[in-house]
Design a protein around this ligand. Structure first.
Ligand code: HEM
Length: 478
């Protein structure tokens, strides 16, 4: 809390800016506004703290600029759904455009730009659900191969190991094969360049790209362009990867845009999906009975080939994925900004270009809505629980809300369920500490830090068909 002098100075210099927002609660600003709150803690924790101390709508000051912190489901509904065309996404476009290209809908302006890009996105087509369903067995096989390799590692940084595993599996889902590690290195370099801009304390024009950025970008997107060219020359009616499916269904789709979207898939999905898996693994170590039930269900599901229909029968796996997305959502803060023309919201006129900070951190754990919100309890999603709190509803929006919610949310659920089933049928993931882990931030996504552990093979259940390589020497029973 800033002292009286600091508060007095703020009012002296910026008091007139406070007047239009005076009816709204919020922390008292000092000479630097409330920046001090954000320097000491992750932004989602600050948003949750404001919800608890000031209520569901609060004004905070980022230096001399006000920000509206929203923890009210009805107002969030307005901003992200009914009135979304008025509120552009923060400045994420200028931060990540160099790495992700302009073709991804993620950074499109609300309105016509987004509508055009969304309409031609292979992830938003009538055939997309069929492509998703067809990924279950190829992803299972890719996961199994990666798991066998990880079993040989004596110790792992689980966030990084699951990130690489997710990248490899997404290669199979997008182009039908795992790609060389050099492609992963290029991807991480491009993501790190975007992350440096997201986290920059300087004006963006002073943030220079890392060494080798231009060459990595050319190689990364060039690889997808080469794959598309090769697939056009030797079309196959049987390949089920996204690229082949798109070429069959949308033969006139521009190859350059197609290559950009295939590359963009990794930026959209690898960090968020692997962070969610890491969170799930950490919670499962803390709640062994939940893990045991997942292992049993997974062993029963695991007959090769695994198909979408059988995977859907794994209701505990789905509940575990939902619970991980609730308690440790990978994307916790959504930024929007008010339009240049004066706009009314929450009973006040917003200044032009005002930042709106929307977070799911508090609402996903709101004790007035959830029973024992701090407990990792997948049971809450069974017996109608998922219908009571559907994805994108007031207290559960890990994939965002409204038309700009994650275009690949359904695919992410298929991936998470396939990954949980494949992993927990085969291994116990031993996590070194169940204490809460430190949470960093990479590419706009939460990055778990210091979550170390190892994979330990489970004894295979007798009623499942043997898969893959023989168990390694360290074996536990399921
Ligand atoms: C657990 C995994 C995932 C989580 C938690 C997640 C979360 C999100 C969230 C919260 C948004 C909305 C952001 C906003 O409104 O500001 C979003 C949008 C988006 N996500 Fe995901 N995502 C995941 C997986 C994926 C995957 C696998 C892809 C692959 C392509 C992807 C691609 C996108 C794209 C392109 C958008 C922009 C959609 C649009 O504006 O039309 N995401 N995601």
């Amino acid at each position: 809390m800033p002292n009286l002098l600091s508060r007095g100075l703020f009012n002296l210099f910026f008091g007139s800016r406070r007047k239009p927002l005076a009816s709204l609660p919020g922390p008292p600003p000092g000479i630097l506004g409330n920046l001090g709150d954000f320097l000491g803690a992750p932004p989602w924790d600050v948003c949750a703290h404001y919800a608890r101390t000031h209520g569901p709508v609060a004004v905070a000051w980022l230096g001399p600029s006000p920000a509206l912190v929203l923890n009210d489901p009805a107002v969030i509904h307005e901003v992200m759904e009914t009135r979304r065309l008025e509120f552009e996404k923060g400045n994420i476009g200028t931060q990540i455009r160099h790495s992700v290209t302009d073709d991804t809908p993620f950074i499109a302006d609300q309105g016509a730009d987004w509508a055009r890009k969304h309409a031609m996105d292979p992830l938003a087509q009538p055939w997309t659900p069929a492509w998703q369903a067809a990924q279950v067995e190829p992803m299972r096989a890719a996961l199994e191969e990666s798991v066998e390799a990880l079993l040989r590692e004596p110790s792992l940084d689980l966030a990084l190991a699951l990130r690489k595993l997710t990248f490899d599996v997404f290669c199979v889902a997008t182009v039908g094969e795992k790609l060389p590690t050099s492609v992963y290195d290029d991807f991480i370099l491009l993501a790190a360049a975007a992350d440096a801009r997201i986290q920059a304390k300087l004006p963006l024009r002073f943030v220079s790209p890392p060494k080798g950025f231009a060459a990595a970008k050319e190689r990364f997107y060039g690889l997808f362009a080469d794959k598309i060219r090769a697939a056009r020359q030797a079309p196959s009616a049987h390949r089920v990867d996204l690229m082949s499916w798109t070429l069959r269904e949308m033969p006139d789709f521009d190859d350059r845009v197609h290559a950009h979207l295939l590359g963009g898939f990794f930026f959209g999905g690898v960090f968020s999906s692997s962070t969610t898996l890491t969170g799930a693994v950490h919670q499962l170590q803390k709640y062994p009975a939940v893990e045991e039930r997942l292992a049993k269900e997974s062993a029963a599901l695991m007959r090769v080939p695994l198909d979408f229909e059988r995977l859907k029968g794994g209701s505990w796996g789905e509940a575990v994925a939902f619970e991980a997305l609730r308690i440790l959502p990978a994307v916790r803060v959504f930024l929007r900004r008010s339009p240049l023309a004066p706009t009314q919201l929450v009973g006040v006129t917003l200044p032009p270009g005002m930042t709106l900070m929307i977070s799911n951190q508090h609402l996903h754990r709101d004790p007035s809505h959830w029973v024992q919100p701090e407990v990792f309890d997948p049971e809450r999603w069974l017996n109608g629980g998922a219908a009571r709190n559907p994805l994108g509803s007031g207290h559960f929006f890990p994939f965002g809300r409204g038309p700009r919610a994650c275009v690949a949310g359904d695919f992410a659920m298929v991936y998470l369920r396939t990954a949980l089933a494949t992993l927990f049928a085969r291994v116990r993931i031993q996590v070194d500490s169940t204490e809460p882990f430190e949470e960093g931030f990479f590419f706009g996504v939460v990055l778990p830090k210091g979550v170390t552990g190892k994979f330990v093979a489970r004894q295979r259940a007798t009623d499942s068909t043997p898969m893959g390589a023989p168990p390694s020497s360290a074996v536990e029973s399921a």
